[in-house]
Design a protein around this ligand. Structure first.
Ligand code: ARG
Length: 461
């Protein structure tokens, strides 16, 4: 006879290869805290509804507490032949307290139990990631404040386009990571729904109170359909898709840090303790951290693809395929949390090379659009103004000059409406500060955005 918790109908033992193939304990042991919390709530509800005596409940709770401290101390021995975290804990409980332990699984199945554990785990991880996102946002706000007023070229197509404030560029990332937090908060709403008590797939005839379990575990509501509940992993896919966007944002930032720390740009210096060298080229200082973050994006995108593919052909309710969800979720959590944490640290150790940035705004005709706008204000239609400035730029390229270096006479060759006041328009500061439209890069707008960000981050009251 099998000694497994489900062994009753089996005459022979499970093949060792099958035990090894089906086991998930080597990774789902990570859910132990949530499994124990779920069992505590379930037992409490069973006792309140006459399915356990007070003594049995007490024995169960004492047993669960002991198991939890053994797991935490590293002295609990997990058994592969018991498959997963649910059965390892339950079996150990029965061994410790006997009959009372054997009553715990009334009105519950592993199908709703694993859904509960994963929801509890992901609810915590939403909060953890939100916390890490806030740290990254704060780092951007601190940088934006300390470099306020610093100009740099803004790029489109990675070609110099128009001058912007460095703080404006930095606050763009503040916005991106803010959206990531909002997405997590929204995803958390659908994670925060209590699944336990739907049992295997159809509900139970035993007198239980699912809302009581929800109350004990801090869930505002319970799931509505037992069949949907056991087969639903939408919440996990949503969560990993939030992770994917976070990692994509980190990857874009990393790409800029790699570029900006190259000799070609030299816009930023990453502190020595955040770089590594080359084993052959003595002069090298490599931006490995942003490179690795960029590279790890593939893992998170991969996890999302794996989860979507896992779900696409599944009939309703629980199928063992679902056991494949956890490693993807765990890897996404680990990758994104480690990347966020190191990014916050890295940002706090960045130094921008302000002179290089300022110098880079002086070449590349960054104020060409300003000249066109100037002509528009002098009543020249924009398309015509565009042509005039284009010809002036071509003239500059031929002479090896910048627009601001042309004399008023040279400029007037292209349009007679140009006056001396044009030079203010052609200056970098003038250009930046003229962009006062909402969301623009004018110092006044950036300061407003920064004040608001500091208020939101609790940096300033
Ligand atoms: N280890 C399983 C999982 O992660 C738990 C549920 C198993 N349920 C079952 N009926 N075999 O999905």
């Amino acid at each position: 006879m099998s000694d497994k918790l489900w062994g009753g109908r089996f005459a022979g033992a499970t093949a060792a290869s099958v035990e090894a193939f089906t086991a998930s304990i080597h990774y789902d042991s990570r859910l132990y805290k949530y499994d124990i919390a779920g069992s505590w709530a379930h037992a409490t509800m069973l006792a309140a509804n006459g399915l356990l005596t007070d003594d049995e409940l007490e024995a169960i709770v004492t047993g669960l507490v002991a198991i939890e401290s053994e797991i935490e101390a590293g002295s609990f021995s997990f058994r592969q032949d018991l498959e997963d975290i649910h059965m390892n804990i339950e079996k150990s409980l029965v061994e410790r307290i006997g009959a009372a332990g054997a009553r715990l699984h009334s009105a519950r199945s592993r199908n709703d139990q694993v859904a509960l554990d994963l929801r509890l785990y992901l609810r915590d991880e939403c909060d953890h990631l939100t916390h890490l996102l806030t740290a990254v946002q704060k780092a951007f706000v601190v940088l934006a404040r300390s470099y306020l007023g610093q100009v740099m070229p803004g790029y489109t197509h990675l070609q110099r386009a128009q001058p912007v404030l460095l703080s404006h560029h930095l606050l763009a990332y503040y916005e991106m990571f803010g959206r990531d937090s909002e997405r997590l908060a929204d995803c958390r709403k659908r994670i925060n729904i209590m699944p336990l008590g739907v049992a295997a797939l159809a509900g139970t005839g035993l007198p239980i109170d699912r809302q009581h379990v929800a109350d004990l575990l801090g869930f505002p509501v319970i799931t509505a359909n037992s069949m949907d509940t056991t087969g639903d992993r939408d919440f996990a896919i949503e969560f990993v898709s939030c992770c994917t966007l976070i990692q994509i944002h980190l990857s874009r930032l990393s790409e800029e840090l790699v570029l900006w720390s190259s000799q070609e740009f030299s816009f930023v210096t990453i502190a020595d303790r955040f770089c590594t060298g080359s084993s052959i080229m003595p002069q090298k200082k490599n931006p490995d951290i942003p490179e690795l973050i960029r590279g790890k994006t593939g893992r998170v995108v991969g996890s999302l693809m794996a989860l979507c593919t896992l779900m696409k052909g599944l009939p309703l309710t629980y199928n063992r395929d679902l056991q494949e969800d956890k490693e993807q979720v765990f890897d996404a959590v680990d990758t994104v949390s480690a990347s966020l944490a190191i990014t916050a640290e890295l940002l706090a150790n960045l130094q921008f090379n302000t002179e290089r940035m300022e110098k880079a705004t002086r070449t590349g005709f960054l104020t060409a659009t300003d000249l066109a706008d100037y002509l528009v204000l002098k009543n020249v239609p924009f398309r015509e103004a565009h042509g005039i400035v284009g010809r002036a730029v071509a003239f500059c390229i031929e002479k090896g000059l910048e627009l601001v270096e042309l004399t008023i006479e040279e400029l007037r060759q292209f349009s007679s409406v140009i006056d001396k006041d044009v030079f203010e328009v052609l200056s970098i500061q003038g250009s930046v500060n003229s962009r006062i439209s909402a969301g623009g890069t004018a110092q006044q707008r950036v300061e407003e955005a920064l004040d608001l960000a500091e208020l939101n981050m609790g940096i300033k009251s």
